[in-house]
Ligand binder design. Structure first.
Ligand SMILES: [Zn+2]
Length: 350
């Protein structure tokens, strides 16, 4: 019965972001809800929002244990702590009524555990116009002013343990100062998190912020269509010219796509693209006329095209606004070590 309520709440919370490729691309983003018995239902790892239903696409964890771990962990070696935290989270996955362990929860379970009852994390392209711009400080000031929402900014850190750790530090710091924690977190080169004690509140924070950013960037309401047409077995092409037009405009090549605005980009693009060659075994092929074709299954083709469109849209819109893109430096993509974690933690407390 209780599980039914959690599931209904999770579906209601997730609903506005389903099928919205301006909000999530591929299996990115995650949502969660908590009950009074220490249970948290969260999107399972690798699922798309529309794949969550009454029987699958989610996991259930003991969130209090996970929260206590993040509250008390001391970092000596980040790489090791990454492994410890993943194992700890997996140890706290509950079993269903049939005694089966629920699927692996999202890799972002840590920060969900330390936040309020309802949590939404998306890779909204609107928030990423701010998160991927070198003018992010001034832009955030404008967003705060227009919306009146308390917002924290988290510098770039690889998703997983590091991000959850930094979010926990902000929450702990607010508690120590006897202040209400920020309700929204902007994550550099990544996305946005909103949390709260009601579903409506959380959805409204995100909606208000999207509106404010669209206004600031004068983008209008429209985001490019990301539909694909099936042209044959394992062959899909975009139905809309947006991506091809931008690739032609920027004369985009391997080097262009190696400039990383957000981590998902490397997952899908790295070593997967060919340009202007007839004979290619790559999943993403761009011909001399900048026409794109995807050579893989439909699910992956969709994820790639959604990510490609988000990248080109953010790249183009930031440049048109007169600002510059802030790419992720290669060293940070490789890894951020324990020392840097401490530096980041300190910069957050200032
Ligand atoms: Zn994310």
């Amino acid at each position: 019965m209780i599980m039914q309520q959690l599931n209904n709440d999770l579906l209601e919370l997730t609903m506005p972001y389903i099928g919205r490729t301006d909000q999530v691309q591929g299996p990115g983003g995650n949502t969660s809800v908590k009950d009074d018995n220490g249970q948290m239902m969260i999107k399972a790892s690798g699922f798309r929002f529309e794949e969550i239903n009454a029987s699958k696409g989610f996991s259930v964890v003991d969130y209090k244990n996970i929260r206590d771990y993040f509250y008390t962990v001391e970092i000596s070696d980040k790489e090791n702590e990454e492994k410890v935290s993943v194992a700890f989270i997996l140890d706290n996955v509950r079993k269903d009524a049939e005694g089966q362990v629920y699927p692996k929860p999202s890799m972002e379970t840590g920060f969900h555990a330390v936040l309020d009852t309802y949590v939404v994390h998306t890779h909204s392209v609107w928030s990423n116009l701010v998160n991927c711009s070198n003018g992010n400080e001034d832009l955030l000031r404008q967003v705060r002013k227009r919306t009146g929402i308390s917002i924290a900014f988290i510098p770039y850190i690889s998703p997983g343990f590091g991000l959850s750790y930094l979010i926990t530090q902000v929450i702990k710091d607010s508690i120590q100062r006897n202040e209400k924690p920020p309700m929204v977190f902007f994550l550099a080169n990544h996305g946005i998190i909103a949390h709260g004690e009601s579903i409506k509140d959380v959805q409204k924070y995100l909606l208000d912020i999207d509106h404010a950013i669209k206004d600031i960037f004068s983008t209008g309401e429209n985001y490019p269509d990301t539909d694909l047409e099936e042209k044959g077995p394992r062959l899909y092409v975009p139905s809309h010219p947006f991506a091809s037009d931008k690739i032609a405009h920027y004369k985009a090549d391997t080097e262009f796509f190696n400039q990383v605005l957000f981590p998902d980009q490397t997952v899908f693009f790295k070593d997967n693209m060919s340009f202007g060659v007839m004979d290619s075994d790559k999943k993403i092929r761009i011909d001399k006329e900048a026409r794109i074709s995807y050579h893989t299954n439909q699910r992956e083709a969709k994820s790639i095209h959604e990510t490609m469109t988000a990248y080109l849209y953010i790249y183009d819109t930031i440049l048109k606004s007169g600002q510059k893109q802030q790419f992720i430096p290669e060293v940070e993509l490789d890894y951020i070590n324990g020392l840097d974690m401490e530096k980041y933690r300190k910069s957050l407390m200032e």
